[in-house]
Ligand binder design. Sequence first.
Ligand SMILES: Cc1ncc(C[n+]2csc(CCOP(=O)(O)OP(=O)(O)O)c2C)c(N)n1
Length: 554
Amino acid sequence: MSGAEAAVAMLRLHGVEIIFGLCGDTSLPLYDALRASSLKHVLTRDERHAAYMADGYARVSGRVGVCEGPSGGGATYLLPGLVEANESSIPVLALNTDISVTSRGRFTLTELDQRSLMKPLTKWNAVVDAPADIPRTFRQAFEAMTSGRPGAAHIALPFDVQKAPLEASEVWADPSLGRYPSRRTGPDPEMVALAAKLLRAANNPLFICGGGVVISGAEAELLELAEKLGAPVATTISGKGSIDERSARSVGVVGSNGGTPETRAVVDAADVIVFVGCRAGSVTTERWRHPAPGRARIVHIDVDPSVPGRNYKVDVPLVGDARLCLSALNESLEAFQRRGDLSLVEKEKKAKFAAFEALARSQDVPIKPERVVRETSQCLDDDAIVVADPGTPCPYFSAYHEVRGTGRRYFSNRAHGALGYSLAAAVGAHFGRPSVKTVAVMGDGSFGMCAGELETVVRLKLPITFIVISNAVYGWIKAGQRSGYQQRYFSVDFSVTDHAAVAAAFGMKSWRVTDPKELNKALKSAFGAAEPTLVDIVCQPLHEAKAPVSEWVA
Ligand SMILES: Cc1ncc(C[n+]2csc(CCOP(=O)(O)OP(=O)(O)O)c2C)c(N)n1
């Protein structure tokens, strides 16, 4: 068996079924091995998008996402997707082929120190120097990606290592490491008892859930505990899907992006806050102001022991898998039942959506973002997946597109928020859950960073719908110049593109909508088509809109 064949076999043994990537000279042995295998290969037009596809696939499938690219530029282009996945606790394995071990240090074309490059961006990484190391390296990578806090891994496979033989009997794996979370760890019982005591004594507890609840599959345990405590449940953007947002218990998204003064009021009213699988970072907490430090007592549940206590003085840190921690609390509070008071949540949600509805019904031209969110939500089935890019899509859809059900049905790249993520992530999500409709919503800034990948979508006939919020401006930044720099606008405007015409040139069915009355029909047609579609919507620019972004509201 060759090194390349062993690498492909190790992927199959871990249950990998699909790999996203782009060919190169150093990848020829790998491609020969892939050709002979049952792995599905999705050829992309840019390695950046291959990594985003692997990320989107992993987010909705619960499996490791895998991407590949060649040496040199292939490695540097994979990098943005890898770091996003790693910081978002999503297991993505990137394989880069590399120049031969025997060619190192000789000014060989594409030579690059992949070990050093990928080290700070991944949870685990290696350059394989000898074929015999391949099986062990893959086993370690899968264990690292799926246990503890999930994350990304990188393996470099030199050309000569791919071609050299190794002992086939060494090629074995634990298939349970292909899904996450693997090897769950439970909390310290003493800490569970302390947390339960604090929660029993609370008057107005509140959950703030990050991505960790959905990653852990802890939605049922969360609801059981929230019901026992009579507590409302808020989420971060990544935490959407922790609770059905139609529920009276659901507060919606809190924080500076997608949160509103109404959701902030609920955070400020709590006397005990339980963070679950949430890093309590700058966006969720509006730069550590809501909750105000010292105002509420804090229970912090996280699988990563370095998270609780990083940003807030924590009364009880509960370290372990979210599902196991919440189960342990449910057991500890078995006979407990507080009625709780959800009237504040009801009042604030009503106010938030009343303000939204007034704008969402507007007949104004250019079309208001509120109208886009409302019509999109109404036209989609409950199980649809929505992927949102930064700019207009993320705050608007996070705040006002209610997730109807639990699990991963909505996501955005909240670690780095790089423009141009959603198109490729939606491709990955489609492969992860092909039975449901997947929609990507992007600004025109994002469109400019990913448009080449429309060819992949058309070639593979993927029935995904892309919505472009067209406003000919890097609106998010212009909004910052408006609110913080007395409207001293500088170098943020660009020219109008007919995105529907661009999509049509790729062979994609498309609509360009300028009249709000035509929006519903275009979206329905696009969502109903069994082929790739794009709806280009000429929108009110973000800096003129009433976006749910607290810095600008203030
Ligand atoms: C790769 C990358 N470069 C720069 C930024 C900084 N940035 C954040 S939002 C934004 C503007 C987004 O513009 P657009 O996609 O057109 O959406 P809009 O805000 O106009 O709705 C920029 C440039 C970024 N997030 N990612």
